[in-house]
Design a protein around this ligand. Structure first.
Ligand code: R5P
Length: 329
């Protein structure tokens, strides 16, 4: 049940929650938190792979939220999101919010070589063009992707989900240090180190021309004889983490705990991670992890849910009250 709130006059009607097919458990958890039912909708795929969506009741004037993460199958999930938004728009929804816990194409955020696209911008444009008035997401791969959206959004941080678990874990660790798996995560790594009052070290990583095979180069900072909290925003193929763990061990790290927001775990990533000398894999459910991948990681896998936080943010968005004050901001 949501925390009690003052009665506010609703600007955009009642909350109507719609789920795509990408994360049914998370969608139900959000609905349970808000004490609402998910709204009925039909989503059909025709033999030619075209999708068809129909709402089972009117949303005229209502405050609609479409919950759909854009992990695998990425293009199917993205199209479902876009078509659901357009369907709500054409049924005269009062306001439409795209709730996309993991936003795909975040790594295509700049023209860093000749003749390449900026696909994160294209995705943002498509969400807006479909009819979204607002968006909610977690940990964009690069913060400036916010600027690709011409609509307001709440970019939430997995840190707020992970921190309580880490605060409980830290006292049992020997001489802990936070290590970021890549220099791009250094600023966020500082937030973890400040929370846990530990030192901070970094892996310097270089990607070769084979973008799926990053090479960890070196460790910057003190990690010898320390338990390591290895943090990153996402694990895709697991390549970065395999190199990171190897180099940490070569430099004398003790126990390693891997902490990441988006468990994309493409291809055989779960299997690769399972073979590593890592005590725990601590993540969230911005991306659902299929049972066969969970099985590889067994009880070393800790998945902390974003459901209640998203439910609360949706409630506040509906009432027009501050989200920042949930985090003392
Ligand atoms: C890179 O910039 C990110 O922070 C992650 O390190 C990266 O996306 C992980 O990819 P992979 O698991 O394929 O190495």
């Amino acid at each position: 049940m949501p925390t009690p709130h003052m009665q506010h006059e609703l600007l955009f009607g009642n909350v109507k929650l719609f789920a795509g097919t990408a994360s049914p458990e998370l969608s139900q958890e959000i609905a349970d938190y808000l004490d609402l039912d998910l709204c009925g909708r039909d989503i059909i795929e025709f033999p030619n792979e075209n999708l068809f969506v129909q709402l089972q009741s009117s949303v005229r004037g209502q405050d609609c939220y479409v919950i759909q993460t854009t992990s695998s199958p990425v293009h199917r999930n993205l199209m479902e999101l876009l078509i659901l938004i357009q369907t709500l728009k054409l049924d005269s929804a009062g306001r439409i919010t795209a709730v996309v816990p993991y936003l795909c194409y975040g790594r295509s955020d700049k023209k860093d070589k000749p003749r390449v696209p900026i696909t994160a911008r294209l995705v943002a444009d498509m969400i807006v063009a479909a009819g979204a008035d607002r968006y909610m997401t977690f940990d964009l791969h690069a913060g400036q992707i916010q600027g690709f959206f011409s609509i307001p959004g709440d970019v939430l941080r997995g840190f707020h989900i992970l921190k309580n678990y880490l605060l409980e874990l830290a006292p049992s660790l020997h001489n802990p240090v936070v290590v970021t798996a890549d220099l791009g995560f250094a600023k966020k790594g500082r937030v973890y180190a400040d929370l846990l009052q530990t030192g901070l070290a970094f892996i310097e990583k270089k990607r070769t021309s084979d973008i799926t095979n990053p090479q960890a180069m070196t460790v910057i900072g003190e990690i010898k004889d320390k338990d390591v909290l290895l943090v990153d925003d996402e694990i895709n193929t697991g390549g970065s983490m395999v190199h990171a763990v190897n180099i940490l061990k070569e430099h004398g790290a003790r126990d390693i705990y891997m902490i990441f927001v988006h468990p994309i775990l493409s291809n055989d990533a779960a299997e690769r991670l399972a073979a590593l000398p890592v005590k725990q894999f601590i993540t969230t459910n911005t991306v659902p992890i299929p049972p066969e991948k969970r099985a590889f990681l067994g009880d070393r896998l800790v998945v902390l849910s974003i459901g209640k936080l998203l439910g609360e943010v949706i409630q506040r968005a509906n009432e027009g009250t501050s989200v920042g004050e949930m985090f003392n901001e």
